[in-house]
Design a protein around this ligand. Structure first.
Ligand code: AHM
Ligand code: MG
Length: 356
């Protein structure tokens, strides 16, 4: 009896001590400068998450937190006050850290360079400070998405052109989910691990290690309001899931929550291109590539429909891309509809050429 109690106590103590920074060091199994840097970087990201979560938890009671600023961002979208706040939180947390040289965000036209009077590091943080902004004013789940890349070359002209590389250059990626509890899910290329913020400790504590996404799931997650804006191949896929038993739709308007559900339960999340916006809505460097890195680490896949997301080389920082992400089999199924459509278009063109 005493033994069982002691074991339970030891377990609880051990669990509470598995903080994010300790976990990163355990993953790397060494105390090299790089391991220390990564641990410190993750710690800073966690701090930003805690500050944002704190504000969100009281948003309805505070002045000047909810609603729009009246500005339009580089994406052509109306900016919410929380977008600006969260963007600034990441800058403020990293400015004096000595870990990064720049921060590139969905909300800023150009990267923010650490001023010369502050310690400058060799990493770049790429982030979407508040993902799913439309959920902000109605107290629904939101997220922050992040990725870390190493600076390559000097970037003397300030164009950050070394960031225009494929997603396999990411050394860490993940998201913070602001839901009933705040969770941080990350990968440094050694599996996917989730942490839950324990408000009484003010720490993210390990909640699940080496998460594996099922190869297939029943969930499809897409904004079906865009049905008539999509290519016929996507419409055909949706018709297929409508008439096939075993599928169910879930769409929350905030990708971090939708992708988190799929990470845990399996299925597929899609944001395809539309007639007006063939490249879709989601940004490669701040949204699609970090999530692709994570989902691949969990044994899933992500694709534009014709190419692996992690292989896409952007031409510009704010490049958008169609996104199909989730369980291996479900991503492949969507791709098969796209492939079929491309093949039939090719054979129609071939036939009309022969007839001319
Ligand atoms: P945001 O980062 O500006 O909030 O945009 C990204 C969000 C995703 O989280 C979400 O899946 C999608 O936009 C929702 O868009 P829509 O309202 O077109 O379905
Ligand atoms: Mg976003």
């Amino acid at each position: 009896m005493v033994n069982a109690e002691t074991n339970a106590q030891e377990y609880a103590l051990d669990r509470d001590c598995t903080t994010l920074s300790r976990h990163v060091l355990q993953q790397l199994q060494n105390f090299s400068a790089e391991a220390q840097d990564l641990s410190a970087l993750m710690n800073r990201i966690a701090l930003a998450g805690k500050i944002i979560a704190r504000r969100l938890s009281r948003a309805g009671l505070m002045e000047g937190v909810l609603g729009f600023t009246g500005d339009i961002n580089v994406q052509g979208e109306s900016v919410k006050k929380m977008d600006v706040y969260a963007n600034d939180v990441f800058i403020s947390v990293f400015k004096q850290s000595g870990l990064v040289c720049r921060l590139a965000s969905e909300e800023m036209e150009k990267p923010y360079y650490i001023p010369e009077n502050c310690p400058i590091g060799r990493y770049t943080l790429l982030y979407d400070p508040i993902d799913g902004s439309s959920n902000t004013d109605i107290n629904l789940n939101l997220g922050s998405i992040f990725a870390i890349r190493q600076q390559e070359g000097q970037d003397a002209d300030g164009t950050a052109s070394d960031l225009l590389q494929d997603g396999r250059k990411q050394i860490a990626a993940g998201y913070i989910l602001y839901g009933p509890s705040t969770m941080l899910v990350y990968s440094i290329g050694k599996g996917v691990h989730s942490f839950t913020l324990d408000p009484s400790l003010g720490e993210f504590i390990l909640s699940d290690e080496n998460i594996q996404i099922p190869n297939h799931g029943s969930i499809y997650s897409v904004n079906e309001g865009n049905f008539w804006q999509w290519d016929e191949s996507i419409r055909e896929y949706i018709r297929y899931v409508h008439r096939t038993e075993g599928y169910t739709a879930r769409y929350g308007g905030a990708m971090v929550g939708d992708v988190h559900r799929i990470l845990v339960q399996g299925g597929v999340f899609l944001y395809p291109g539309t007639v007006k916006q063939p490249e879709g809505k989601l940004r490669l460097l701040y949204e699609s590539a970090p999530l692709a890195f994570l989902i691949e680490q969990a044994g899933g896949r992500s694709s534009t429909g014709t190419q692996e997301i992690l292989d896409v080389i952007p031409e510009k920082l704010h490049q958008r891309t169609p996104l199909i992400i989730g369980s291996k089999d479900d991503v492949s199924l969507v791709e098969s509809f796209i492939h079929q459509q491309t093949q039939s278009e090719k054979s129609i063109m071939e036939r009309s050429r022969v007839l001319q």
